[in-house]
Structure formats: C-alpha cells, structure tokens
Design a protein around this ligand. Structure first.
Ligand SMILES: *Cc1c(COP(=O)(O)O)cnc(C)c1O
Length: 395
C-alpha cells in the first residue's frame, strides 16, 4: 500500500537536508568558531585556570543579561545545578518531587541526591513536557493541601516541588503549570538544561520558576566542555546558591573557614572562558538551528506517516534537538528506521527510556503515563548541529 510509511523515503528526505559530502552525521556536535582559543589561551597565559578568574564573573553576568534572570551562578554541570536548585527550595529527605517520566535521568537523580523520591508525571503531545491538565486531575485525586504544603494522600509524604523540563528546547505550557503549582502550593524548579535560547511568551525559559538549571554539556546548544548554571530572580537565593556551590567558605583574606556543608560545584575559569566565547555565538547558533528545523519540516512534510515536531504555541524554541513522530499505526517501524539511518551514517536516536522503566526508579509513585509511553514509542531525534543549518558550502 502506498499510504504506508517507507523507511527509505524518510532516509531520502533526511538526505535532502543533510550535507552530501559525508556519510557520518552526528546527532549534535559543538562548534568553536569564535573567541574560544583566545579566551582559553588567556587563562593559560595568566595562570587563572581554576576557581578564580574574570571569566566566571563575566559568564555569570552575561547569562543573567541574556536570560533576564537577576542572578546566574555558574557550576560544574547541569546535574549539580539541579541538585543545588532543589536544596535551595528546601526539598527535604522523605519529600516527593514531581518529575516528567519523559526526561533525561539527571532530573530524577537530582531529586534522589536530596533523599527525596521522584514522582513521575505524564507529558503533553503539544509540548513533549509536563501536561498541566493531567497533573491537575491527578492531584485532585491524590493531593491534599494542608497549610502551605501539599501531601500525597496515598504515601503520606509531602510533595514539595515540580520540575518541568523543556524537552529538546520546546517550552512547556508554563502559565497553566504555574496555576496548578500555585493552587497546590508546589514550588516550581525548571530543568532548562536543553532550553537556553528558548522563550515562552517573550520571556526566557528558566526565568519562570523559583530557581532553574541550565547545562553546557558538550551536546547542548552552547558548551563549556562540562558546565551548568543556576538562574534565579531571588537575590537572597542567588547568594545562597553561590555560597553552597563554593564549599560554603566564609569570606576572609587568609583564613579558610566554612559555615556549613557546602559543595565544590563551581565552574572553573577555563570552562567559563569557553562559555563566554560560546555565548557570543548563541544568536547565530539559534538562527542556524531554526533554518535547519524549517528545512526538515519542509522535507518531512512530503513523507507519509511522519510529523516533524514544531514549537508549541506562545513559544520560541531554540530547536536544540530536532524530532519527528511516527504516526500511531507506524510505530512498529521505529527500530527499522533507526537501524536504516544509523547504518547509512545519519545518527538518529529514540527518546530516553522512560524514568519508571529504569531499575532504580521502577517502584516510584507515578500517575498514568499513556502519553509518555506513546511518545517514547514514536519519537525519533535527528541530527541537529548548528553547522547543518548553514547554507551548503559555507565554512
Ligand atoms: C543535559 C541535561 C541535564 C544535565 O546536564 P549535565 O550538564 O550533563 O549534568 C539535565 N537535564 C536534562 C533534561 C538534560 O538534557
């Protein structure tokens, strides 16, 4: 039948977008075409490579400026940023924290580091992130607000926070989610690891929750090698974040004293130097990614059985990692398609294994997760490096 999905037709469509002169296209590659070498060399020449130096301060100021957050605190990676975010909003051992089942494992791990339990929630088809409507209906059944806290009627535990994650850079439905969080007295902490450069209703993601986490891992839209940042509009929390991530050292000209158990999470100057250079190129990366997404959309529009995922309403996505969905009746062709594309040098990948399917999280509380289950059967990520959005022939 000719109305069925043909994996070869998808491969051909992808090839019309991707460079012709290579048979090895990665899912996501970093690009260092700016001041990276100059800034890193400056660190080496001055000896300021580690915990002190001007690039850390500069990176933090520039991140705050770009995102519109009052304070940005640079840390060693996005996972550490999430961990500290949860400590800052007082997630305690024994608490539960709502986390999407469809996310990278770090979101759930950060909850576990605090001695709390991740509680898995379903995703929306429109955003690929937390579904506020389903969460509301679920909390009506299992949640109970007492005083300024929400409790899980089934486990008796406090549900302290919700961590929406902006999947592949696409903002979640923040207005609706904030309304649910307010009604149930839940603190919102954004996992904005994938969404630097993404805006919801004109305001940057990671600038809506009480605190939020960014990542600059090697595969993210900008990279510092490894790195992350905490964003907040609360001056007090910003100061505490800095203190907690720098071993809680008490400022003093020569004495080494600490007033609590802190963490050695601060970003080294040499990594921040990379970050400053990468941030200068973010606007150009965003333009190229948008151009690439548009090319994919047009090419895949011509193919039966698939839909390219485009930014949700009210949002401007960074299109960090492009994705398409197989039609429901075609999901059994997913693995054949992954096999065919990878064998032909085009790196593709399914969505993450859902959190409640991982051995350490299979007994955690969760709501009915039919959307996430469905998405994980039908979603495929395709090569998304900024360089692929440049007109062919350009360096
Ligand atoms: C990358 C990522 C993180 C963590 O980032 P690292 O810097 O690798 O620790 C957290 N959450 C999500 C959704 C991510 O994609």
């Amino acid at each position: 039948m000719n109305d069925q999905l043909d994996p070869k037709a998808i491969l051909a469509a992808l090839r019309t977008v991707l460079p012709k002169d290579t048979n090895n296209v990665a899912l996501h590659e970093p690009r260092f075409s700016g001041n990276e070498s100059a800034y890193v060399k400056e660190c080496l020449d001055t000896g300021w490579v580690s915990s002190v130096g001007k690039f850390v301060d500069r990176f933090e100021v520039q991140l705050a400026e770009y995102t519109g957050a009052k304070r940005a605190i640079a840390v060693v990676n996005g996972t550490a940023a999430l961990h500290v975010c949860l400590l800052l909003v007082d997630v305690q051992p024994g608490d539960e924290v709502i986390v999407p089942a469809l996310t990278f494992v770090a979101t759930a791990n950060a909850v576990t580091y605090c001695g709390a339990t991740p509680h898995f929630a379903d995703s929306a088809f429109t955003t690929l992130g937390l579904d506020p409507g389903k969460l509301d209906a679920y909390l009506q059944k299992i949640g109970e607000v007492r005083g300024n806290n929400c409790y899980n009627k089934k486990t008796g535990k406090r549900i302290k926070a919700v961590i929406p994650m902006h999947t592949f850079g696409h903002p979640v439905d923040l207005d609706s989610l904030i309304e649910v969080c307010t009604r149930y007295r839940l603190v919102m902490v954004e996992d904005a690891a994938e969404s630097l450069g993404s805006f919801y209703k004109g305001r940057h993601t990671g600038n809506w929750g009480k605190v939020s986490a960014l990542s600059f891992n090697g595969n993210k839209i900008i990279t510092t090698g490894g790195g992350g940042a905490i964003l907040t509009n609360d001056e007090e929390l910003g100061l505490r974040a800095k203190h907690l991530t720098t071993t809680a050292r008490v400022p003093h000209p020569w004495e080494l004293a600490h007033d609590m158990v802190g963490y050695n999470y601060r970003l080294p100057n040499i990594n921040a130097a990379l970050g400053c250079a990468q941030l200068e190129q973010l606007p150009s990366f965003l333009m190229k990614k948008r151009a690439l997404a548009e090319q994919y959309r047009a090419a895949l529009d011509e193919v039966k059985g698939v839909t390219f995922f485009t930014e949700p309403g009210h949002s401007k996505s960074n299109y960090w990692l492009n994705a398409f969905l197989l039609d429901e009746q075609e999901s059994d062709k997913r693995d054949a398609l992954l096999e065919l594309t990878n064998r032909n040098g085009i790196q593709t990948r399914p969505a993450w294994t859902l959190m409640h399917r991982l051995p350490m999280y299979e007994s955690c509380p969760r709501m009915e997760l039919s959307n996430a289950e469905d998405l994980s059967r039908r979603l495929i990520n395709i090569p998304s490096s900024a360089v692929l959005g440049e007109p062919y022939g350009e360096a």
